[in-house]
Design a protein. Structure first.
Length: 212
């Protein structure tokens, strides 16, 4: 992610929010550094691999050295298994939902972290934290994200979602649940991904986001 995007993330928010976004950016930067180092070594005659494979090994190396590695056999310690989708397996505790992302839709770990930073910028009331990484040694490594659990809420209607996104400065595009402003395109903002509580507060818990 470009530094100018990250700087935008940290403006006008609280200290804990800024600190976590900065931490996510630093993790992404370090993974990219490790990937460049591996690619340079490969150019000098050492073993090579695809960018995805290189990033996987870099993430495993980083997670273990940083103390944020979660063995797959311990993943159920996060909470009770919750709903699973195409992209995430979820584990639910009293006040937190943990999402183990399989990277099928993201194109890699660093790209996922970039998307998380954009989510945190646009929807700070459902901001993600990077809890750690899990997987099996030498195989696919998956980020573990955490998000505050929204209790006593239900799926919002599309009309409610459209109104909420308009209040955030987004305009509807062609298909339902797709919006844009001068900087970002956001899609898949549909009832399955948006909650509303008894006070009418809205929570976009998942969305696809890209910078224009």
């Amino acid at each position: 992610m470009n530094d100018d995007i990250f700087e935008s993330v940290s403006q006008g928010s609280n200290g804990a929010y800024d600190e976590e976004n900065r931490r996510i950016q630093e993790v992404s930067n370090e993974l990219q550094r490790l990937c460049r180092l591996h690619e340079k070594e490969s150019g000098d005659g050492k073993a090579n691999g695809t960018r995805f494979e290189i990033e996987q090994r870099a993430a495993e190396q980083f997670a273990k050295s940083a103390g944020i590695w979660i063995p797959m056999d311990d993943i159920f310690d996060l909470g009770s298994p919750g709903p699973s989708g195409n992209e995430n397996d979820t584990y639910v505790s009293e006040d937190t939902i943990y999402k183990v992302n399989n990277l099928l839709n993201s194109g890699g770990i660093c790209k996922l972290l970039d998307k998380i930073l954009l989510h945190n910028l646009i929807f700070p009331n459902t901001a993600y934290r990077l809890h750690g990484f899990t997987g099996y040694d030498g195989r696919t490594i998956m980020p573990v994200l955490e998000q505050e659990r929204i209790c006593e809420a239900q799926p919002a209607t599309q009309i409610m979602i459209d109104t909420y996104m308009s209040a955030l400065g987004f305009e509807k595009e062609g298909e339902s649940g797709r919006f844009s402003n001068g900087d970002f395109v956001v899609w898949d903002v549909v009832p399955r991904n948006v909650l509303v509580d008894k006070d009418g507060d809205m929570y976009v818990v998942d969305a696809e986001i890209a910078k224009k």
